[in-house]
Each structure stands twice: as structure tokens, then as C-alpha cells.
Design a protein around this ligand. Structure first.
Ligand code: S3P
Length: 448
């Protein structure tokens, strides 16, 4: 939905060749964390290249409600004057995190060990998503919470006035849960330890270190053991937000699927906890190359060059790669529909609790467009029809999920008949320039 709640139906048509450079927006995960850690530092953090998608704007508004001074200087340049660890004021009103699971879960963690009471809500998608995965570990610090049945928003959190440090093994592969516990641990005396059995995106750990916290990660038999020393004084930072590999996925896959295409997607972070899709596409036989490989701000980076790849093969995606490409399975399934043979995606139960049940949303839409999909609770397979052979012609429900909307619009660029989505409004949560960027490459995507 758009900000005022009116659905925005959209249609994509056979296009191409796509060509040119795709400058995708800033990384969503790093943008949220820049604002939150900036608000918890003492002094002014300056941020360049912040993603100005609705999810991040909602987090910016929330940080202001907690007492930080958040200023938009234009052109993606923002500053945050922080209130320090433990310095959050109690907001006067409900905190509305819109569509953003990352926003609400990280902010819950950040406020959970301050003696303030905060009520959180979100849109229809976010208010269906499970929050107990965050409130359960926060309760170990002494934090209380009351939400709707099933641990859903709206929910009120009463921060722990006298929190004790926690040692917690994250039961699901989730960077949001890991990060919520670490952010809560900031305002606790002593060491908070978080253990994850599968490596998930590590931006919180890297950025906490950058802001001056004492944090170590040790790989042991238990998994990755992350130890944070509480009550640091976080030092403000100058942050350049790298471009989002999860947004890059859309022009990259569009180029791979659209005849004659050759697209450059510059300055993409290839942090191994995020780059699983690109590895998978290359294994399938995509003509995807990394140019100008370098390290910037401690993160591996490259310019991605994607060219039309008509001879891709279905593969079994290793389950241990799932966390590093968890947001990319919808668009991978679109690529798989245009490969030869079956693509198997296993160990992906988490897809069922994203902005929508992403296995279900993609399976229903792909089948409506003539593609065979089989599924179980934590796996799905797509039987490819070969390049350009998807019949298309159907309208897909997006369930307020940006990545479902963008995935089906990419599929329409290379299917025999156009493909529509019932509502592309959610695209603005993570990729507000999607339509103009794709149009600039030559993709025919229209509001209908
Ligand atoms: C994110 C973590 C992932 C991902 C989300 C962003 C983050 O969610 O799907 O888009 O920034 O920490 P989970 O932690 O639920 O896997």
C-alpha cells in the first residue's frame, strides 16, 4: 500500500535489452543500525547514503521520539545527535514501525534495558509477525511485555530498571533477534553473550565495534559466541552506507533474465553474510561477474556486471547458505522458473514469517503464471521451464511485501504475457526508486 493506504496495482511487460548502470539505494540493515546506534552514542553521528525508504524513515522518527536529534540534510545525508547508552526518554506516543520487522525488533532491544515503557505497532503485515522471538530473550534481562495473542503487535514493553546480563543461544537463524539482545546488552553491567548456531548478517557486531564497544566473536563448537561488554560510551561515527545487495538483486536478476541485457550495478557490498544469492546465480550458470573488487570500510565490495544468461540450470541451494540470502529467495525462484530443471531450496522455514509467508506468496503467484512449485514447511522446489518460457498473464497478490512485488515485476519482463501485482506500494519500504531505476535500464513497468 502507499503511505495513504491506496493500493498501487502495477504491470510489467516483456522488455529489453536492459542496459546501463543501476545505482541502487543504501543498505536497509545498515541504515536502521546507523540511526539506532547514532541515537545511543554521545555526540553527532553523520550518515551519508542513508536508505530513505519508509522502513528506515519510521526508525528515524522513532529515534526522535526517544529523544535523539535526527536531521535530514538532503541528498541522503543525515545526522543524529545521540542521547547515550541508557539515555532514551520515554516516547509520548505509540511507536509505529510501519512494515519493518527489523525496525521494531531492533528498537525493542535498544529500549528494553531502560526504565521506560513503550507501546509499539505497525501495519497489517507487521502486526501479524511473531515478536516472542525477541521478547523471550529480553525477559531474561527483566524486561516485561504484553501484546496481542501469539505475541503479536500492538505490544507494550516495560524496560528493565535493574537489568542483569544474559547468556542466550538464538533458537532460529535471525540477525534481528541476535541484534535485539546485543542492543539490550549495551545498558547492562557485565557481559552479555549471544550464541548463534548459524552465521547471520553481522552488521550489528561490526558497527558496535566501530562505535567503540568491546565486542568479540569466537567460533566454537557451540557456534558463534558473541560477547559484549555492557555500558560502553558509544562514540559518534561518520558512516557511509554501502548500497544494498538485497536491492541489487532485482536489477541483477532482471538483466540475467531479459534477452540482450548488460547491466552494471556499482558499489555493492559482498559481505559473506549477505552475498549468497550472487554465489547461487553463478552456480546456476548466470553471466554475473565482480568487477573492481576492493575492501571499503572493512567490507568487501565490487561492481556487479550482469548479462543475459539463457542457459542456466536448476540447482540444490545448500541449506547452510540460507541465512546469507534469506531475503533473496523470492527473486531466486523467478530465476529458477527460467532455468532448465528443478531448483531446490531447503532449510528456509524463516521465509514463512517475513513481511508475508514468502514461500506461499511466491508459490501461488508462480503457479498462476504457469510454473510448477512444490513445497513443505521448510522447503520448496521450482521446476524451471527454460529461459523466456514462463507463460505469465496472471495478477499476483503481494500481501504488503515489497520483495514479492518486485520479484513478480521482474518475472513479467521475460514472460510470454505481462504479469501484474495487486499492489506495489510496499516497494517504497526498501527501494523507493525501483520504478525509475528499472525504467532507466529499459524495463517496461507501469502503474495500471
Ligand atoms: C535483517 C535480518 C533478516 C532479514 C531482514 C533484515 C536485519 O531478518 O530478513 O530483511 O537487518 O537484521 P531475520 O533476522 O528475521 O532473519
Amino acid at each position: 500500500m502507499s503511505a495513504h493506504g491506496t493500493p498501487i496495482p502495477m504491470t510489467s511487460y516483456a522488455s529489453g535489452p536492459l542496459s546501463g548502470e543501476a545505482h541502487v539505494p543504501g543498505d536497509k540493515s545498515i541504515s536502521h543500525r546507523s540511526l539506532i546506534l547514532g541515537a545511543m552514542a554521545i555526540g553527532e553521528t553523520r550518515i551519508t547514503g542513508l536508505l530513505e525508504g519508509q522502513d528506515v524513515l519510521d526508525t528515524a522518527k522513532a529515534m526522535a521520539a526517544f529523544g535523539a536529534e535526527v536531521t535530514n540534510h538532503g541528498g541522503g545525508n543525515w545526522s543524529v545527535k545521540g542521547v547515550g547508552v541508557g539515555g532514551f526518554a520515554e516516547p509520548d506516543n505509540v511507536i509505529d514501525c510501519g512494515n519493518s520487522g527489523t525496525g521494531v525488533r531492533l528498537i525493542m532491544g535498544a529500549m528494553a534495558t531502560s526504565a521506560i515503557t513503550v507501546t509499539f505497532t505497525g501495519d497489517a503485515s507487521l502486526n501479524k509477525r511473531p515478536m516472542a522471538r525477541v521478547t523471550d530473550p529480553l525477559a531474561l534481562f527483566g524486561t516485561q511485555s504484553v501484546g496481542r495473542s501469539g505475541g503479536r503487535l500492538p505490544m507494550t514493553i516495560v524496560g528493565a530498571a535493574d537489568p542483569a546480563p544474559v547468556r542466550y543461544t538464538v533458537p532460529v537463524p535471525s540477525a534481528q533477534v541476535k541484534s535485539a539482545v546485543l542492543l539490550a546488552g549495551l545498558n547492562v553491567p557485565g557481559e552479555t553473550v549471544v550464541i548463534e548456531q548459524e552465521a547471520t548478517r553481522d552488521h550489528t557486531e561490526r558497527m558496535l565495534e566501530g562505535f567503540g564497544a568491546e565486542i568479540t566473536t569466537e567460533v566454537t563448537d557451540e557456534g558463534r559466541v558473541i560477547t559484549l561488554k555492557g555500558q560502553p560510551e558509544l562514540k559518534p561515527q561518520d558512516i557511509t552506507v554501502p548500497r544494498d545487495p538485497s536491492s541489487a538483486a532485482f536489477p541483477v536478476c532482471a538483466a540475467i533474465l531479459t534477452p540482450g541485457s548488460d547491466v552494471l550495478v556499482p558499489n555493492i557490498g559482498l559481505n559473506p553474510t549477505r552475498a549468497g544469492l550472487f554465489t547461487t546465480l553463478r552456480e546456476m550458470g548466470a553471466d554475473l561477474t565482480y568487477e573492481n573488487e576492493r575492501v571499503e570500510g572493512g567490507e568487501p565490495m565490487a561492481d556487479l556486471r550482469a548479462r543475459y544468461s539463457p542457459n542456466m540450470k536448476g540447482i540444490s541451494v545448500p541449506p547452510e547458505r540460507a541465512a546469507s540470502m534469506i531475503d533473496e529467495y523470492p527473486v531466486l525462484s523467478v530465476v529458477a522458473a527460467n532455468a532448465e530443471g528443478v531448483t531446490e531450496m531447503r532449510g528456509v522455514k524463516e521465509l514463512r514469517v517475513k513481511e508475508s509467508d514468502r514461500i506461499d506468496a511466491m508459490a501461488v503467484g508462480l503457479r498462476a503464471n504457469g510454473v510448477q512449485v512444490d513445497e513443505g514447511e521448510d522447503w520448496w522446489t521450482v521446476t524451471g521451464l527454460g529461459a523466456g518460457n514462463v507463460p505469465g498473464g496472471a495478477t499476483c497478490a503481494t500481501h504488503l511485501d515489497h520483495r514479492i512485488a518486485m520479484s513478480f515485476l521482474v518475472l513479467g519482463l521475460c514472460s510470454k504475457q505481462p504479469i501484474s501485482v495487486d499492489d506495489g506500494g510496499a516497494i517504497a519500504t526498501s527501494f523507493p526508486i525501483f520504478e525509475s531505476l528499472m525504467g532507466g535500464l529499459g524495463a517496461k513497468i507501469e502503474r495500471t
